[in-house]
Design a binder for this molecule. Structure first.
Ligand code: G4P
Length: 530
């Protein structure tokens, strides 16, 4: 990355990232403080308040609220200190990991939030592994230091051991729980003091010449000051120092200690992203990499969301711009259909509202309202027949058949299922024999979400029932062999929503047998969504 040419300033100032965490660690609170300091909202609490208002409009959203999970990912853009931050929200619940995986293909870095009392939790680890697959640089925020937390060294050790990544302290906490005063900023030699009286106020920041500076004694009681000096000395001896190259390669994570609810440590973290966070990175495509500074506009769809606005039955395709300078009204080529597409009403997601985007640059996320033409994995270009890679679709882990409570609405049900398949919310398989559909998901909760959405958005009551199959594999191979195989295994065959052939079974033994008996065929648990 070091020997790449400098990016145009408009691109270089962009930071596109996601926040990953275990539920309850403080992702929502941190997001809200980002928006507050980014000037995108006036007052903390607005994101939730807005959320509440939105949720009352739909039971589906209500379900998110009841269960304390966020089902849908969205993107938010705001300005911070001369930089454009694009924050892509990831669904936190493990049932939506495929969605999360695809969301992470659209960002250049991730912030990992952990709870200071709980350390690395199961979902943190899973999400971290996904980031690692893509070598994403990770910044760590250890939250809730205003509560009784674990010992600082212990937390750092746990991250290093558990996630096999070096941890470099960017700040060092002073006390914890009720004794928490603030933190020493190791990167800039500043003392940050938390204001407990006003949760939205930025910490008082005192420039210090080093840990021997007598000014420290004005702010920190002697016992705590001594402990701070000892700990920092030990940390400097035992832990790696921050190294940007190592961070950008995904080998080292800087960690900040703070309290999101008290706005503490948030600015330092934001400054960290601004200062050290990666610029928009090249994107992988078949045959070549797409560099952000290339002039022609290119981008790929990483998420499709339907019915974001109940007034309009539209879908919004979330597009990560991989290169170029996009202007509203541009005619782009929709590579899959080879058709031109005038992008006349793209939207930028500014905190609470959708706003028309007049322009956007490589690294930005724009939303393109459409009627279903745009699917996950689709490429938009100025003519080049590009295929972006690395946006996989995973074989579902749970299969159920779907029954409509209203047999007259079979066509509508099919339409609803196809929509969810195109959104990537579920896999839908049409068996070669018999009628009806089999729906595949990664986590059981998705069936409930689907049933609730089908009823809400299409007015069809449905039931999901056990299916005779439990596994699905995409079948690849020479045409004649695939045809011969599917002819004699019709009772196991189905097509997915793209028409691709799938082998359904309930036995791993079957999959092993097919693999053994048909060396020309591959049964695959993933397919690229293009
Ligand atoms: P999530 O999105 O990661 O699930 O977490 P969220 O921000 O919703 O935070 C989970 C809970 O932790 C919330 O409390 C939130 O107020 C609290 N929290 C967040 N940051 C801090 C912090 O720095 N210190 C302390 N002490 N608590 C923090 P809740 O009771 O579930 O919700 P609420 O009633 O406060 O909204």
């Amino acid at each position: 990355m070091d020997n790449r040419p400098a990016l145009p300033p408009e691109i270089a100032r962009r930071r596109t990232f996601a926040i990953i965490s275990h539920p309850d660690a403080g992702k929502t609170t941190l997001t809200e403080k980002f928006l507050l300091f980014g000037g995108a909202i006036q007052m903390a609490g607005q994101v939730r308040a807005k959320g509440e208002a939105r949720r009352t409009r739909s039971d589906f959203m209500k379900m998110e609220q009841d269960r304390g999970i966020s089902v849908s990912a969205s993107a938010m853009s705001f300005e911070y200190d001369g930089h454009r931050f694009n924050l892509v929200d990831t669904p936190g619940h493990s049932d939506f990991s495929e969605d999360t995986y695809r969301t992470l293909t659209a960002v250049d870095a991730a912030i990992m939030v952990i709870d200071g009392a709980k350390g690395v939790e199961s979902q943190t680890r899973k999400l971290f592994e996904v980031c690692r697959l893509r070598d994403l640089p990770i910044l760590t925020f250890c939250n809730k230091m205003d509560r009784e937390s674990r010992d600082t060294f212990e937390i750092i050790d746990e991250i290093q051991e558990n996630l096999a990544i070096d941890v470099a302290p960017a700040s060092w906490p002073i006390g914890m729980g009720r004794e928490f005063i603030g933190a020493y900023d190791l990167l800039n030699d500043r003392l940050e003091i938390m204001d407990r009286a006003d949760r939205n106020k930025v910490a008082e920041s005192v420039k210090i010449s080093g840990l021997d500076d007598p000014k420290l004694a004005d702010h920190i009681p002697p016992a705590q000051l001594e402990k701070l000096r000892e700990e920092v000395e030990m940390a400097r001896e035992l832990l790696p120092a921050f190294d940007r190259k190592s961070f950008l390669e995904g080998h080292l994570t800087p960690i900040w200690f703070g309290s999101a609810i008290n706005s503490f440590g948030v600015r330092e973290l934001m400054n960290g992203i601004r200062e050290y966070g990666p610029e928009p990175q090249p994107q992988m495509a078949e045959a070549r990499q797409i560099a952000p500074e290339e002039e022609p506009v290119t981008g790929f769809v990483f998420k499709v969301q339907a019915n974001m606005d109940p007034k309009h039955r539209d879908r919004v395709a979330f597009v990560r711009l991989a290169s170029g300078h996009f202007e509203r009204g541009m005619k782009l080529t929709h590579v899959r259909s080879k058709k031109p597409m005038a992008v006349s009403n793209p939207v930028l997601f500014l905190a609470a509202d959708r706003e028309l985007a007049d322009e956007a640059w490589a690294g930005d996320i724009i939303g393109i309202p459409n009627h279903g033409q745009l699917r996950i994995g689709d490429a938009l270009t100025e003519g080049e027949g590009l295929r972006f890679t690395g946006i996989p679709s995973f074989a579902p882990e749970l299969l159920q058949s779907v029954r409509s409570g209203d047999p007259m609405k079979a066509k509508h049900l099919e339409k609803a299922l196809m929509q969810f398949a195109e959104e990537g919310a579920a896999k839908v398989f049409k068996p070669m024999i018999g009628s009806g559909f089999i729906v595949g998901v990664v986590g059981a909760l998705q069936f409930e979400v689907l049933a609730s959405r089908i009823e809400l958005e299409y007015g069809i009551p449905v039931r999901f029932e056990a299916s005779q199959f439990t596994s699905a594999r995409w079948v690849h191979g020479p045409r004649d062999k695939v045809d011969a195989f599917s002819n004699v295994n019709k009772q196991h065959m189905a097509n997915d929503h793209d028409g691709d052939l799938v082998y359904l079974t309930r036995l791993q033994w079957d999959i092993d047998r097919v693999t053994r008996d048909h060396p020309d065929l591959t049964l695959s648990a993933t397919k690229e969504m293009m």
